[in-house]
Design a protein around this ligand. Structure first.
Ligand SMILES: [Zn+2]
Length: 259
């Protein structure tokens, strides 16, 4: 199934949420510089650091970006595109589409796409904020010229949705840095995982997905995986997959177009 007879594919995806994830959680956060600074770190420090690691390992990744992040941090999005990475849609704001009606959901998609098209004419993928979908989402994805979705957890192999023909690149909480590392001031009982715990989970899933011939799709957030200690975990897995001859490392667009 995979290029050059590889046993599995590996895809590095970054949801570049910056401040928008905090504003999407609570609009009041727009007036709380302390809260927003958690997201600013992603744009200010983490994206350049991640781009450096990707370049050194020769890996092209997929960056899902909300339109408002592209407007707030245009220089960073230019750098992402200039380095040869894929730009994909992650809403306009970071509001869950389940809180919107169909017209609002379409407006989010159109404004988000318009913002990203200023940086790249080729935007093919859609990941919704928080992986939420509505009954309208896949139809809107198809009617706006997008070809794949990366939101659902019902498989480990990419598959085609009936009706729309949109290809799904499956995700899972186990392979999401936020599930292990997310922390905010409202959740003091939340324990922050160690790198070694996450390493055990990620390597175990990689071996299992390889045995099943699937696509190992990591979902990461610059503001989370880009903390100084965690960049070494990212570099470790980049180094590992790029030295395995039976793993095809590719962007989400490349993997879904081969599926
Ligand atoms: Zn997000």
């Amino acid at each position: 199934m995979w290029r050059d007879g590889a046993a599995c594919a590996a895809c590095f995806t970054f949801d570049f949420d910056a401040e928008e994830v905090w504003i999407g959680e609570d609009p009041e956060n727009a007036r709380r510089p302390g809260v927003l600074s958690q997201g600013t770190y992603g744009a200010k420090v983490a994206v350049p650091a991640i781009l450096g690691l990707l370049e050194r390992r020769g890996v092209r990744a997929t960056f899902f970006v909300p339109g408002r992040v592209a407007e707030r941090h245009p220089g960073r999005v230019e750098q992402i595109v200039a380095a040869g990475h894929e730009l994909a849609l992650h809403g306009y704001t970071h509001r869950a589409v389940t809180s919107l009606d169909e017209a609002e959901e379409e407006e989010e998609m159109e404004r988000g796409l318009a913002a990203l098209h200023r940086f790249s004419p080729r935007v093919l993928g859609y990941r919704s904020p928080s992986w939420e979908l509505t009954d309208h989402t896949l139809g809107l994805v198809a009617s706006h010229g997008l070809t794949y979705s990366s939101n659902l957890m019902d498989d480990v192999r990419p598959y085609r949705h009936e009706g729309t023909g949109i290809v799904e690149l499956p995700v899972h909480w186990m392979l999401d840095d936020a599930a292990h590392f997310w922390f905010d001031g409202a959740g003091w009982t939340n324990k922050i995982a160690t790198n070694s715990e996450v390493r055990e989970i990620w390597w175990g899933e990689l071996e299992g997905i390889k045995a099943m011939g699937g696509a190992f799709t990591l979902t990461m957030h610059p503001q989370i995986i880009g903390r100084p200690s965690r960049l070494s975990l990212l570099d470790e897995i980049l180094s590992f997959v790029t030295t395995q001859e039976d793993i095809w490392v590719a962007t989400a667009a490349e993997i879904t177009s081969a599926s």
